[in-house]
Structures are given as structure tokens and as C-alpha cells.
Design a protein. Structure first.
Length: 541
């Protein structure tokens, strides 16, 4: 057993990593506005945190909301992992904009912890692992992932890295090798439950396990241990599908429902030629590493961090070249080989989806690239010829990355301060939630347009009743109870739509409040109809 003092010395550099990430994660923490997919499925925590939750209708697979509060599977592609992991954090931080950012920053910290543990277990010196993790922590592409929908696709990377860590522990432990292999499989299963794209790594992980299993274990025993772990870690899929089948009435209706869902999503519908496919993959990966993907989402304009070309060279080309050179000299560390093979397999499987996948689906490549670069540089620094040292091989590339990432953080922070986010990323959403929650008597909120239901549910702590599918008859019933009905209009001719609703309701003109982004452009308008029990339109109710 490692002495506590040795563990403390190993993890001491990580204190600086955590501090650096806290600075970039919490600056302007309430910006941009809380986007709908950036809190899906987190918004469901209000069902568990607030015993007096107003009517909030969660979106998830039929039959997968146990006791009306506990979600299991959200869709065919991911579970409710973020809800359960976030539950104690939202209880601690709150469900306002700052609480959301603090919770998601904690998810990101889990990735940094897992990467640091993997690198040190692979033999890197703690200061080297700390510098590599620090560079990742400062990367705008990493920190802004947790202010957008990329959070749900990137957060499970912690489980993936822990699976590799457990595999390394299995190699070094004869007595507990089987237990560590089971842990590796369970971690990988949890990653897949986090989001289906982690199944893309399965071919690479099978290769890694075959070549990296403990020598003293028989192959069958090693495979059984890992498979059992995957079954346990990924069991939410089995439970969720079983609940869906029970709700729909059997396996055959489940299959029909699945086929209908797939036709609606058209996951494999966009199948261009190889040149177009390769161009899309490269453009998507470039947008991830240059933060162009997140910049476009938040600001509605194209933009890249300074030195994107240098970053691409260091994080994509350099790890591959270092790996090939070390393989040629038969000096490639097992962890480096695993990360490179995994990244290549992921891109290959992702290519089968044609142009269907977007930037957030490739965010997982970011921590893998930082880990591979660090491992490649560290291994090269100790390989012949002997004049190589860490100061001449390892430090310069990481210092350049740190400098570029700091510059990128400054650039993005300035732009964020200027725009505060645009469209449905605007902080107008935050202001709407604050206004609704501040009212002593809460209105019934109707969100006929996509984009507001989930942020409103989370930001108001479930204290405002929300419906996205109700119609005129439902709204009139609520009005006739004396409760105000507030309808948020995002798109179209808002004035004309409001008048259509007024005429259909047979009601007095509503109070209309526009919510604008920083440049004055109205993002949505809130039309509040005053509830009245004795209104003429109520006579027919």
C-alpha cells in the first residue's frame, strides 16, 4: 500500500491544476445564457430536490420516470447519469446560473483527476502530468464545453480514462488483477451510459485489452471480468429498455417504437462520398480543437482561438509522430499506444455516420490528445540519445500550449463580455427565469417554441409550472382558475402569433415583455394573460 505521504507528494501538482481550472471555469460564470441542451437532462433534478415541484413535464423514454421523479433512460442514446451525479452538487450549489456552472465545472474536474491519475500511473512524473492537465484545464475548448451541450458528451470521458487507469492497475497487480479488470469494464459501461458515442471505442479497447491484459491471467478469465464489468456499468440501458417495453406492451411494440425514432432522427441518412466525408471530419475536429464550434454556438459567428494551427500540430500531428517513432524503436508506452489507437478507432467509427455527427460528438478527442502528447514527449525525453532531457523535449510544447490557451481564454472572455451570448444562448433566458421566479404568485408558463422549457425548469427550481405541448383549451382552463398564463414566443411574427392566441382564447390583450440580447435584438417575447375566474370566455368551460 502506498504511504499517505507519497500519495500527497504525487497529487500536490494537481492542486495547481484545480486552481487554474477554477479561475477559467468560474469567470463570468453566469454567461452565456443557459441553453436548453446545455441542461438536458440535468433539469430533472428539480423533481428530486423540490418536493413541491410545480408541473414540470420531463422529456424521456416512456416508462422511464420511476415514482414520477426518478429518471432512468432519457433516450435510446444516453441515460440519466448527469442527473444523479449532479443531484448532490445542485443541492450544494443551487440551480441558478452560477450553480449550473459550478456543477458542470465539477464534472470537468473529474476528467482532469482521471487524466492525472492515468498519466502518473503510466509512469510520468507528477509535475509532468500536472503540466499536461494544466494545459488542458486552460484550453477554452475544454472549459467552454461545459457551458454548452458538449458537457454531456465530454463528461463521460472521466469514466473512459478511469477504465484505462484500472487496466494499468490490473497489469501491475497479480492478486487483484481480476477485480481491476472488472472495474475497467464497469467504468467503460458507465461511459457508454453517459452517452452512446463511447461505444465507438469498443474495437480499440478490445485490441488494448488483448495486448495489455495481465500476463498471468488466462484470456478467458480476463475477458469475462471485463465483460461482467461492462454489463454492470451499462445496466441502465437494459433497465431502461425493459421499462420502455413494459410501458409499450412488449418487445415488438418496443422495436416498432425504436424504428420510428430512428426514422425521425435519420442517424445514417447523410452518407456522402469519401472526399466529402473526410472534409467534414477534418472541419469538425478543427472546430473542436480551435474552439470554433463553441464560439459559433455562443456568439453566432465564426471564430477561432489564437494559434489554432499550432494547436492542431501539437495535439494531432505530434502525438502520432511521436508514437510512430517510439513504436519504431520499440519504446512506446502501453498507455500511449492505447490512447492513439482509441482516437483513431473513434474517428473511423464516427466516419460511418457521414456528416451526421457534429462538434460536440468529437469533444472526447481533446483529453485523449493532451494525454497522448504528454506520454509521447515524456517517453521521448528518456529514450536514446541520452542528451535529451525533459527541459528540452517535454517542456517547450506544453509551455507553448499553456501560452496559447491563456491567450484563447482572454480572447473568448472579452467576446463573451461583449455579447453575453446571442439567440437562445443569450442571458435573456436567465433574466426571464429570474423574473418568473421573483413573482409572489407564479404564472403558468407555456413554451410552444423549442428552447425554453428545460432552462426555465432548472433556473426556477421547479417552482413555475411549465408546459410545452398544451393548446388553447388548456390555457383557457388555467386562466379560468384565476391563474395567469405566460406564453413565450421565440420565432415567427411574434405580434401576429400573440394576437392569434388572444383571439382564440377570447381574452383581454396580454402584457407583452420583450427579452433582448446585449445588442438590443429581441430573442423572445413573453405575453402574460391575466387570469380571471369570471371572464366571459369561461362561461363555456
Amino acid at each position: 500500500m502506498t504511504p499517505p505521504r507519497a500519495v500527497w507528494r504525487t497529487w500536490l501538482p494537481f492542486v495547481a491544476v484545480a486552481a487554474a481550472y477554477a479561475v477559467v471555469a468560474l469567470q463570468q460564470a453566469t454567461l452565456p445564457g443557459i441553453y436548453m441542451d446545455a441542461v438536458n437532462p440535468d433539469y430533472m433534478v428539480v423533481l428530486l430536490l423540490n418536493p413541491d415541484t410545480a408541473s414540470v413535464q420531463p422529456w424521456l423514454l416512456p416508462g422511464n420516470l420511476l415514482f414520477g421523479k426518478a429518471p432512468v433512460m432519457i433516450s435510446f442514446y444516453h441515460g440519466s447519469q448527469q442527473v444523479w451525479l449532479g443531484l448532490p452538487l445542485f443541492w450544494l450549489y443551487g440551480t441558478d446560473a452560477f450553480g449550473i456552472r459550478a456543477t458542470h465545472a465539477t464534472f470537468a474536474l473529474g476528467i482532469l483527476v482521471a487524466l492525472f491519475a492515468l498519466l502518473t500511473r503510466a509512469g510520468m512524473k507528477p509535475w509532468q502530468a500536472g503540466l499536461a492537465c494544466g494545459a488542458l484545464a486552460l484550453d477554452p475548448a475544454f472549459s467552454y464545453a461545459f457551458r454548452t451541450q458538449s458537457y454531456i458528451t465530454l463528461a463521460p470521458a472521466a469514466w473512459l480514462l478511469l477504465a484505462l487507469y484500472a487496466l494499468l492497475r490490473a497489469q501491475a497487480s497479480e492478486a487483484r488483477a481480476t477485480a481491476w479488470l472488472f472495474a475497467a469494464g464497469a467504468s467503460y459501461g458507465l461511459a457508454i451510459v453517459g452517452y452512446f458515442i463511447y461505444a465507438f471505442f469498443a474495437p480499440a479497447l478490445a485490441f488494448v485489452l488483448w495486448h495489455g491484459r495481465p500476463a498471468h491471467l488466462r484470456p478467458v478469465r480476463a475477458w469475462l471480468a471485463v465483460s461482467a464489468g461492462v454489463a454492470v456499468g451499462g445496466s441502465a440501458y437494459v433497465v431502461g429498455y425493459a421499462l420502455l417495453a413494459l410501458q409499450l406492451g412488449g418487445v415488438q411494440p418496443l422495436w416498432a417504437y425504436f424504428q420510428e425514432t430512428q426514422r425521425a432522427l435519420n442517424a445514417f441518412s447523410e452518407q456522402p462520398d469519401m472526399a466529402t466525408r473526410a472534409a467534414h471530419l477534418w472541419a469538425t475536429i478543427e472546430s473542436v480543437f480551435g474552439n470554433g464550434f463553441h464560439h459559433t454556438l455562443i456568439h453566432g459567428e465564426h471564430g477561432e482561438v489564437p494559434g489554432t494551427g499550432v494547436k492542431l500540430a501539437l495535439l494531432l500531428a505530434a502525438p502520432l509522430l511521436l508514437w510512430l517513432r517510439l513504436e519504431w524503436r520499440r519504446a512506446a508506452p502501453f498507455a500511449l499506444r492505447a490512447l492513439v489507437v482509441m482516437a483513431l478507432a473513434y474517428v473511423a467509427v464516427g466516419a460511418t455516420f457521414g456528416t451526421r455527427l457534429s462538434g460536440h460528438h468529437f469533444m472526447v478527442l481533446l483529453p485523449l490528445a493532451y494525454g497522448a502528447l504528454a506520454l509521447g514527449l515524456a517517453a521521448t525525453a528518456v529514450a536514446p540519445p541520452t542528451w535529451r532531457r525533459a527541459s528540452t523535449v517535454f517542456l517547450p510544447p506544453l509551455v507553448v500550449l499553456v501560452g496559447l490557451n491563456v491567450a484563447g481564454q482572454v480572447t473568448e472572455a472579452i467576446r463573451l463580455h461583449e455579447t453575453r451570448g446571442v439567440g437562445l444562448y443569450s442571458d435573456a433566458i436567465n433574466r426571464l427565469a429570474a423574473d418568473l421566479d421573483a413573482q409572489r404568485t407564479k404564472p403558468w408558463l407555456l413554451t410552444p417554441d423549442w428552447g425554453l422549457q428545460m432552462p426555465m425548469a432548472l433556473l426556477t427550481g421547479g417552482r413555475v409550472a411549465i408546459d410545452s405541448t398544451a393548446g388553447v383549451a388548456d390555457a383557457r382552463k388555467v386562466l379560468c382558475t384565476g391563474t395567469d398564463v405566460a406564453i413565450a414566443f421565440v420565432g415567427g411574427d411574434r405580434a401576429a402569433r400573440i394576437e392569434e392566441w388572444r383571439q382564440a382564447l377570447g381574452w383581454d390583450a396580454p402584457a407583452v415583455t420583450p427579452y433582448a440580447q446585449a445588442d438590443g435584438k429581441v430573442v423572445f417575447a413573453l405575453a402574460t394573460f391575466a387570469g380571471r375566474r369570471n371572464a366571459p370566455a369561461c362561461a363555456a368551460q
